[in-house]
Design a protein around this ligand. Sequence first.
Ligand code: GLN
Length: 304
Amino acid sequence: MNYEKIISSVYQQLSEQNNYGNVAAYIPELAKVNGAKFGVFLQPVNEIGFGVGDYNEKFSIQSIAKVPLLALAFQLLGDNIWTRIGYEPSGTSFNSIVQLELERGIPRNPLINAGAIVLCDILIDCLNNPLDDFLDFIREIAANKTIAYNEKIAKSEEKTGYKNYAIISLMKSFGNIHNDIDKVLNFYFHICSIEMTCRELASTFLFMANKGIVPDTKTQILNSSQTKRINAIMQTCGFYDEAGEFAFKVGLPGKSGVGGGIVAIYPSKYAVAVWSPRLNSKGNSYKGLLFLEELTTKTAASIF
Ligand code: GLN
């Protein structure tokens, strides 16, 4: 399969098309991002990867970081995490609070804000230095020691993330948050502030296409059953109330973030990252979704 040729032609085609949606202005630091940026990088397992456009520019990965967060909690605690979070799709937006009251503070899944916030609470209880330890973990799966938090973005969200304060307060009232809420949210906002290029993002997720093993270093992060489960959660929950649409049109497990990034996995074949900051009404990158739809259409290959 000549991925390079297909990626370049889809990129060209979409560059000429109108872009729609808005950058994530509810986080003031993200409102400053240039909505015209557009980059893609496809990293095959054990082959040289390639990119087009702004693929070497850093952006805020936001909710994409929920997947490494889940991987670390799953690695450390195994199936014990499922007493505190579910693994069903929510059918609601990433920052919705409505189900939480009915379901007594147990988030539907780890990829909505409520679920990732519970994961942060769980990890605070089992890591010595949560911020440093999480960064070490993400650097290990990325096989890249330069990955870092963006303090400005973390602070910007800490000042304005009222919805997340509401979500965590409600969960705390049900006893599903054990630590101080400011401490947990500080950790959560930091993991969301991590910056990567499309190239780095595709490499970071390659272990999810390789049965849980980082191809560069041969480090086993998850076993193959855990890898399958996280890929299944990405497939069913990675795009919130647009997860069905993503499965329908793209047919790969993936995860989006309000920084405009999307990463998708083709097990045993590749990880692909795309960045285009303008978001549709569900908080997912408008052009990013189109790009991945065209990719699996033109290659005539998806997991289905
Ligand atoms: N940090 C963002 C928030 O909590 C992440 C949301 C996202 O990327 N969907 O609102």
